[in-house]
Write a protein of this length. Structure first.
Length: 262
């Protein structure tokens, strides 16, 4: 059965009104018709079985049933991702969504290559949010993870949002990397050594990934001063578009639901 996403306010009195993007997709791409049955997730954990009534610019339908889908991970992972160049961010958002990330926070760092006006950053964020929405449908999640408008890394760190585990991936964590080898050893550790044996359900994990050129020494110092663990993942340096999804998969395998029931 075809799956679509809606917002809760589009359900009223047992009827659903699909937005224009979803209406266009079901009518022009899938060529669904009145009487067809689809699934509609409201982005908050509920999934509705809907019989289509009208198919046009704004398709409508009648709710036949509602179920609560428990597809969210027991830990809430926020990916703080330095914005890469090109369309790499779309691939990162898509993979992170499929892996169950709870939120994506794009940040601008000292070595971020892309520079845009604030209005264009908002446009980019809307595009990335659409990617998250499509990935949510594809992977069977019922909750669409929010994708923030990019902000400077310093602004995000200053908020000091609560988390049970804060990890900053840095290629210099277990090698020379900084002004001196001694300082680098004091700053970082391996990912395996930084992870606790277990985390209770509902725990919040923040993961920071740098841009193509990596985080600067000053940024790493600032992150460490705010109680983030500076971690490395071994002898190889991961690309920024690889690092986030790779570490999220490790965290989901360790504390989340990756492979559960398999």
């Amino acid at each position: 059965m075809r799956r679509f996403t809606i917002t809760p306010e589009r359900i009223h009195g047992g009827r659903v009104v699909f937005d224009r993007d979803e209406s266009r997709h079901l009518a022009r791409v899938l060529r669904l018709r009145s009487g067809d049955t689809v699934l509609a997730a409201d982005g908050a954990g509920r999934e509705y079985t809907v019989r289509l009534e009208t198919v046009g610019d704004e398709a409508t339908g009648t709710v036949l049933g509602v179920a609560t889908r428990d597809t969210e991970a027991p830990v809430r992972i926020t990916l703080v991702q330095s914005v890469p160049k090109g369309d790499k961010m779309e691939a990162i958002v898509r993979a992170a969504t499929e892996l169950g990330v709870a939120r994506v926070v794009p940040v601008l760092t000292a070595r971020t290559v892309v520079t845009l006006e604030p209005g264009r950053w908002r446009d980019r964020a809307r595009r990335w949010q659409r990617v998250a929405k499509e990935a949510t449908k594809q992977c069977g999640r019922a909750v669409v993870p929010p994708v923030d408008v990019p902000r400077p890394l310093g602004d995000v760190l200053a908020l000091e949002e609560p988390a049970d585990l804060r990890l900053c991936l840095w290629e210099g964590a277990v090698s020379a990397g900084g002004p001196s080898e001694g300082q680098a050893r004091l700053l970082g550790t391996t990912l395996a050594a930084s992870l606790p044996a277990a985390l209770p359900g509902g725990s919040r994990i923040h993961l920071l990934i740098g841009p193509e050129g990596g985080l600067s020494w000053e940024e790493v110092e600032s992150v460490r001063a705010r109680s983030w663990a500076i971690v490395g993942v071994g002898p190889r340096i991961l690309r920024t578009e690889t690092a986030g999804p790779a570490i999220i998969a490790v965290l989901q395998a360790r504390f989340g639901d990756l492979g559960a029931g398999g």
